[in-house]
Design a protein around this ligand. Structure first.
Ligand code: PLP
Length: 370
């Protein structure tokens, strides 16, 4: 049996291991573990990748979101609209900023439905936080238009979408701020926690640099309490070595996605690249009948899969005080019963990809066309 683990992080560094170790060694030599030169170098490279003038390294994606909201002045009494089918941190960052997460339902593409966003706007709304879930860009044109009409900020949760573009424009460059996670399971992966915020606004970038570093404006001068939420020099050094490979790795994932799409499209609903969309497939999420049985069938054949995410955010206990109930977001709630993430990473062998395809098709009594 060909085993297909859901992730195999140890494989990614094999080709670049010597480079990574040399980069770590250089940090050992200069010893600037906090805000060393590698952090600035990474910020400037990441800003270029996203086509914006500024990027500010953060300790992780959650603090990227939280500090971006705070730097935009969002807090108590404010509402921020986001998707209920995201990772916890989308809602948590809003709540931790002191504001209220307001959910709007999504479309079958798993991203915010602009009509639902428009309907969720209230006099207290200050921002919209679209999530580019699975690495597929949200409908930024229509979301941007709603934000403009109501004078709202757009804060992109681009945690899953490093390198994704829409009509040639990089995610992270559409809103006031683009917030990325560089967690080991994300497309551009540090060896631990890391994150970054992109922006075209110099003042916002400056505020984020202060906010991530205890609120320090100078060596000993603090205007307002801040966080310790800096990107580590060591992580930046590793990311600088990995960044040049991102395009290659993404291309390999897109190739596997195309293969899955062709092979599975008759049996299950598969993610498409919509017009102008260049998705990066952080995850490859199918929508399947009898999803739980399919997952067990795959597991019995050695193919791991996951559900991202089984419990919508509005139904989490943490969200109880927001007053939502089952039935409030019917598309999200239905999707939670249908979605299944299949293994997708550049190092998947042909035989492993075949095992995934055969596993899904055999469940539905179909055979692969080869
Ligand atoms: C991973 C993730 C985050 C949080 O990033 P961390 O680096 O883990 O803090 C936020 N939003 C989404 C959609 C994510 O997938």
């Amino acid at each position: 049996m060909v085993r297909v683990p859901f992730v195999a992080l140890h494989l990614q560094h094999r080709a670049v291991r010597a480079q990574l170790l040399a980069a770590v060694d250089r940090v050992f030599e200069h010893g600037q573990y906090v805000l060393g030169p590698e952090v600035e170098e990474f910020e400037s490279r990441f800003a270029s990748l996203c086509g914006v003038p500024f990027a500010v390294g953060m300790s992780d994606g959650t603090h990227a979101l939280l500090l971006a909201l705070r730097a935009l002045g969002i807090g108590a009494g404010d509402e921020v609209i986001t998707a209920p089918n995201s990772f916890l941190a989308s809602a948590a960052s809003i709540a931790l900023a002191g504001a209220r997460p307001v959910f709007a339902d999504v479309r079958d593409d798993l991203n915010l439905d602009p009509e639902q966003v428009a309907a969720a706007v209230s006099p207290s709304t200050r921002a919209i936080m679209p999530v580019h879930l699975t690495g597929r860009p949200a409908d930024m044109k229509r979301i941007g238009a709603i934000a403009e009409r109501h004078g709202l900020h757009v804060v992109e949760d681009a945690a899953q979408a490093v390198g994704a573009t829409l009509d040639g424009q990089a995610v992270g460059s559409f809103g006031a701020a683009g917030c990325f996670s560089l967690h080991p399971l994300k497309n551009l992966a540090a060896c631990g926690d890391a994150g970054v915020v992109t922006t075209s606004d110099r003042k916002l970038a400056d505020a984020l640099r202060v906010e991530r570093n205890h609120g320090l404006r100078g060596r000993d001068d603090c205007g307002a309490w801040g966080y310790n939420a800096r990107l580590d020099t060591l992580q930046a050094a590793l990311l600088n070595e990995k960044l040049p490979y991102l395009g290659r790795w993404t291309a390999a994932k897109r190739q596997i996605a195309a293969r899955y799409r062709d092979a599975l499209g008759d049996a299950v609903a598969v993610p498409e690249d919509g017009p102008g969309e260049h998705a990066v497939y952080q995850t490859f999420v199918i929508r399947a009948d009898r999803r739980d049985d399919l997952q067990r069938h795959l597991a019995a054949r050695g193919v791991d899969s996951k559900v991202h995410y089984p419990t919508p955010l509005h139904l989490q206990e943490a969200a109880a005080e927001l007053g939502y109930k089952r039935g409030d977001f019917p598309v999200t709630e239905r999707l939670a019963t249908e979605i299944l993430s299949l293994p997708i990473y550049p190092e998947l062998t042909e035989a492993q990809q075949d095992a995934v395809v055969d596993g899904v098709l055999s469940f539905y009594g179909r055979r692969a066309r080869r």
